[in-house]
Every structure is written in structure tokens, then in C-alpha cells.
Write a protein that binds this ligand. Sequence first.
Ligand SMILES: *[C@@H]1O[C@H](CO)[C@@H](O)[C@H](O)[C@H]1NC(C)=O
Length: 548
Amino acid sequence: DESLYGCIHTHGMAFTLQERQILGIHGLLPPKVETQDTQAMRFQNNLKKMTDPLEKYIYLMGIQERNERLFYRVLMEDIEELMPIVYTPTVGLACTQYGHIFRRPKGLFISIRDRGHVRSILDNWPESNVAAVVVTDGERILGLGDLGVYGMGIPVGKLCLYTACAGIRPERCLPVVIDVGTDNETLLHDPLYMGLYQKRDRSQAYDDLIDEFMEAVVEKYGQDTLIQFEDFGNHNAFRFLRKYREKYCTFNDDIQGTASVALAGLLAAQRAVGKPITEHRVLFLGAGEAALGIANLIVMAMTESGVSQDEAQNKIWMYDKYGLLVKVSNCQCEAFVHDSPGDVQSFLDAVNTIKPTAIIGVAGAGRLFTHDVIKAMGTLNERPIIFALSNPTNKAECTAEDAYKLTDGRCLFASGSPFGPVTLSDGRVLTPGQGNNAYIFPGVALAVIVSGVRHISDTVFLEAQLTDKELAEGRLYPPLSNIREVSVQMAVKVMEYVYAKGMAFRYPEPLDKNGFVRATVWNTQYDSFLPDTYDWPGVNFSPKTKSE
Ligand SMILES: *[C@@H]1O[C@H](CO)[C@@H](O)[C@H](O)[C@H]1NC(C)=O
């Protein structure tokens, strides 16, 4: 039967003889008792044989369903290789084919037809101690567009990173898709699609459903339940963030996480350049929500260093498809609209006129940091800062190779999607920084959960900065392989901040926050059902695993 079968898999052959007898599964497994090391070796060997990322994704997700601890162990041991499978970019591909590669349901599905009954659906979820919810309505899945309920892969993948990167217990994480229909014609004609066959409901009913959902979550799991919005359409993402941020413990990773990781890169770059943040001039390519989020956080960082808000805003310029934002522009980003600095016909003109120390690309419109733009930055600055943050790789404003080669390796480069190391003609090898949100959101989430925070202010994201000794060596971001440690240290820092500011509600306040966080994080060792373990007699398996 299904439950017995499921039970066999939770530890698989790592069940001891006594455990097998007590559970009544003796004989249903091969007689050998395996260590998790051996299981991990088998898992890793199988992964190595696969070349197709989607095949790896399906295999990994299967292990997650059967043996969660083994899954997280392998994921954490090889996070650099496997994060791009479990999360972007492969998860995006998996979402586009969700109904086709479907094996078993994961997460909670709430549709617009369920209005009035959201709480009872939530009550069907088997876990009673949820601390973090990631919710999407599937309208803007990564750069892929409207995938409707096929978007479930995103909350599932995101929460995997909560656990892998920050040790948040998997049963405390709840992935949710809100189905209000889809405007994607392909899906509306896909016989394997799994959501409602209707156009997106954009009426009041949609807002009511989200309201009801928010209320039901805190009613069931408590006021300090973290609710992360993910991959909503831009308009709704901002609207909901504004609407709910004071009432719920919520944040939007696409807006706040992205801003925070961009600022972290900028602060690291500024340390490498040896010039305080207040002396930088930043020109954005793109004036949308991402640009605004980053710009506002830069202003906060500058004002913390002592300049006035006006002065800080005057150091930030934005250039979008209509040109440089100057007094005549008509946009919502008034703070960053300035007097016209002269005749600016192109982004290159803007660079030459404004003379920025940093350019940040968030336009999602392809290679707009042209060779001339990069060269101009190299002429204007000893160490130009060039961030090409648009995703995926083919939307990045320039490649790492162009940025480094056209500035003789002087620039500080970061991108949203990963680029490999670049070898210069003089033999130097430069490793570009990847502004991956995974540096930020798991650590912030961990701090928020353990401190009982009710509202997450932007200052929390200002506080969430990367501390890593390797940053001192001119790297903009730590290696992903350190992410557990980076997240834990960030959580400690954020915790200190939220307690100091009276934003934490979990009492008594832990005095040794570092020790507290480290004792909280989940690890992947099997909980033994019994005190002693049974060794397979006479055989000494000591497989070499990657961790050794
Ligand atoms: C529609 O869905 C298909 C299949 O999932 C996906 O490949 C495509 O990108 C989507 N298109 C839009 C415009 O959202």
C-alpha cells in the first residue's frame, strides 16, 4: 500500500534491522543496511550519467519525494551544479512542461472557484507548523511568461532553497499556486494542462481571493507566518507588496531580494574601488520596478553614510526606452528625474554626459551595453562598475567577456545569470560575480522565522549584507558553495538588527544569536528510530563522497 511503500523510501536501505522489524518492513528491502554516504554515492553516480538537465530535474524531484534528507544532502553537497537544475534556469523549462512531466502533486492549489473555502483547503494540508509560504499566481514565471498552474515548480524550487541554503525545515515550508486562469493560449489548448481553462480573472474576485488567502494563512499558522510573493505579474507584485507589507509578514523576492543582492554587489565593488558609496554616480538602463527597487535601496545606503536624501537621489539617473529621465519625463520615478544635463540621444551619450561610476542594466532588452558604452566606462573610470543584471543569459546587457576585455580587466562585473570565468590576453583569469537572489532570501527568511518578525521593512534588506572573507579579495559575491554559511551569518546579522529595532516578537530574545541560529538549522542526517544501529557484519563500506 502507498503509505507503507512511502515509509520504505524515507530512509530506504538506511533503515536498521531493528527499525525494519518495528515498522514491519523487514524483507521488503534488500538485506544490506546502507549508510547515507552510500546512498548519496548511488544518487550522485546516476546524476553524473545524465546529460539532459530536465532529466536531472525529474530524477532529483523523485528523490525529494521519496527520501527528503538524501535529496537535500546531495543538493547541498553540490549546490553550484544543482541549484541551476532545482532552480533557474532548468526549473523554468520544467514549468513549461509541468503537466507533461508530472509524476505526483506537490504543494497546495487554490483556484478562484474556491472563494469562500480557502481555509478549509488549507486545513487539508497535512502540516500544522508551517512557517514560510511561497505563493505565485503563475502570471510571470521567470522570463517565460504566463504559465498558469504550471508555475507550481517555482514555489517548490524556491522553498528547496530555503531548506538547502538556510536549513529551514522542509515541513515548515508550504508552496502555493493560486489559479485564476491563464492568458496563455498554448496552455488553454493543451489537453494536459492542469488548471482552469479560462482567461485570467482580473476582476475584484481575484483581489478578494488573495485577501482571503492571506487571512486564512495567518489564521491557521499565525501572524508571523512569512508569505513570500513570487512571479506575479509586475503590476500585481507591486500592488500586493504595498497592500500587504504593513499588515502581514511578507516580502517580494523579485523586488526586494533583487534590490538587496544588487546593492550587496555594489557595496563590495565600492570596497574594491576604495571609494565610499556616497561618491558614486549610478546610471540605470531601465526604469521599471527592478531599477526603482535597487535605486531606493542605494539611496538608503547613501543616507546611512551621511548624505541627504536629495543629494543621494541626485547621484542616480535612469535611462529607459524613451531616453534619459529628465524633468520633462512623465513617469512614476520622480525621485530620479533630474534637470536635463544636455543633449543626450543615446545611452552612450548619457554615459559620456553623466559620467557614472556604475552602470546597472535591468531593462531585460538584450545587449544594450555596447562595446562603445563599455569602452566609455573604461575611459571615465579607473575601476568601472558594470552590472548586467537582466535574465536569462541572452538578455544580459553585455557578456562578462566583453566587459572584462574592453576594459583591460579593470571593471567590476556582475550579472544576473551565470557567466564562466574569462581569460584575458595577459593570462589573468577573472571570475564574474553572479547576483543571485539565493544569497539573500534564505538568510532573511531564516532570521524572520526564528525572530518572530511581523513586518519586513526595506531596512531589513539593507541590513542583509554579505559577510565573507572572500569579498575582501575583490570578489563581488561569495562562491555559491559557501551559501549555507553565508545565509547563517546573514541571519544572525538580521536577527541582531530586528531585535535591536523592536521588530522581533519571539521572546525571550536569544542572547547568543549565533549559537541559536546554528542550533536551529535543519540537517540531513537521518533521525534514528532506535538508539543503536545495526552494522552489516564483516563489511566495511567507506565510499568516497564529494565532501571528503
Ligand atoms: C505559454 O506556455 C508555453 C508552454 O508552457 C510556454 O512555453 C510559453 O512561453 C508561454 N507563453 C507565454 C506568452 O506566456
